[in-house]
Ligand binder design. Structure first.
Ligand code: PLP
Length: 375
């Protein structure tokens, strides 16, 4: 077995000089965490450059989501998608809420808005939809459903940093949106995350709940957690934000190169471009049709890995199929999500990936599926 010569992802980093320049002041003021100057600067720059009105930074995306749900004081059932990373469902369940799994759309892989209303009961308090791979949910339909049934909406926007819909930042939809700034995401702060919220009234509680609920030296208002972003994370974010345009431009070139090779291949479904959406090219998923290609998704993955190409079954399994949930909830049927999760592969995509590597990955992939189809 060849060792992986092309990884699935590679974190974007500034030059070491850029980073050192950003952290130098920390050696003068010894302010390492607790909402220091770099934390403030990153908050301000995100607001300005990403055109967001309210931003609250967190130590990671998961804690941001978990605490955002707490701030909204939800009780009962939450309608969500099982085609996601562990974090989304965990954040719901760790808040004592019951996830109700809605099926997904077979083209965008996001929650199927035509199936939401049938799942609403008197216990439903919120919808937690997930933007997937840089595709966005049908935010307008979700807004209408939420309004009609008086539900809160919190988007898991971990994949959707910088994505625009009709010229606006996607995080301006819903009551709140969570961005992840994890090392593997389009924009990273090493680990990190943010909540973007529409109503200013949530700001104070978000700020306190990530710092033990502390208001001031003598007053503690909430049973909070510790989920503060530190100054070294913020410094990394400030550097990476300066390089964001280059990052996304590179990713777009790579995605277009993949498209060029794979667009016409029968049996492979690509991520389709959505109308009015400016993507961030965060992932490059392909959906394998094993009937047409006469080879299973798992076999394709195994053989790509053998050739030194890092690929991932992402997302597989569905969160609703996790061992830890098996005895907790009634099994809900989401046949489309199941089919997608059993046939999806994400290919390597990161700014430093060369176009030659993309050519090699596609050539190898086509060899694998075609030799098998003929055999
Ligand atoms: C990365 C990710 C998260 C969690 O973010 P962290 O910053 O790693 O805690 C949540 N949801 C989705 C869909 C993700 O991809």
């Amino acid at each position: 077995m060849a060792e992986n010569t092309i990884p699935i992802t590679r974190s974007s980093m500034p030059s070491i000089e850029e980073y050192v320049e950003k952290i130098r002041p920390i050696w003068e003021n010894h302010w390492l965490t607790n909402m220091g100057a770099l934390h403030q600067k990153l908050t301000d720059e995100l607001k300005e450059k990403e055109r967001l009105s309210n931003v609250s930074l967190f130590v990671n995306g998961h804690m941001a989501l978990e605490l955002a749900i707490q701030v909204l004081n939800l009780k009962g059932e939450v309608i969500t998608s099982p085609f996601t990373f562990a974090s989304t469902t965990h954040a719901i369940v760790r808040n004592g809420l019951i996830p109700i799994f809605c099926d997904i759309d077979p083209v965008t892989y996001t929650i199927d808005v035509d199936k939401i209303e049938a799942l609403i009961t008197e216990r439903t308090c919120a919808i937690v939809p997930v933007h997937v791979y840089g595709n966005i949910c049908d935010v307008e339909a979700i807004k209408m459903i939420a309004k009609k049934h008086n539900l809160k909406v919190i988007y898991d926007a971990a994949h959707a940093f910088h994505v625009q819909y009709k010229g606006r930042n996607i995080a301006n939809y819903g009551d709140m949106s969570m961005f992840s700034f994890h090392a593997t995401k389009v924009f990273n702060t090493i680990e990190g995350g943010a909540i973007i919220y529409q109503d200013e009234k949530y700001g104070e509680k978000l700020e306190r709940i990530k710092n033990f609920g502390i208001r001031d030296e003598e007053h503690v208002d909430y049973v909070g957690a510790n989920a503060k972003m530190n100054e070294f994370q913020a410094a990394m974010g400030l550097c990476n934000l300066e390089n964001l345009d280059v990052e996304i431009k590179r990713r777009k070139e790579i995605a277009e190169r993949y498209d060029m090779h794979l667009r016409e291949i029968e049996g492979i479904q690509l991520k389709t471009e959505q109308v009015n959406v400016k993507s961030n090219y965060s992932y490059y998923p392909i959906l394998i049709n094993s009937e047409i290609l006469n080879i299973s998704r798992d076999e394709v993955c195994r053989r790509l890995k053998e050739k030194g190409i890092g690929v991932r079954k992402y997302f597989y399994p569905l969160t609703s199929e996790y061992e830890c949930f098996r005895t907790m909830f009634d099994k809900q049927d989401t046949p489309i999500a199941k089919r997608i999760s059993e046939n999806i592969i994400t290919l390597p995509l990161y700014a430093e990936l060369s176009l030659d590597s993309v050519d090699l990955i596609c050539k190898t992939l086509l060899q694998i599926i075609h030799t098998k189809a003929v055999a």
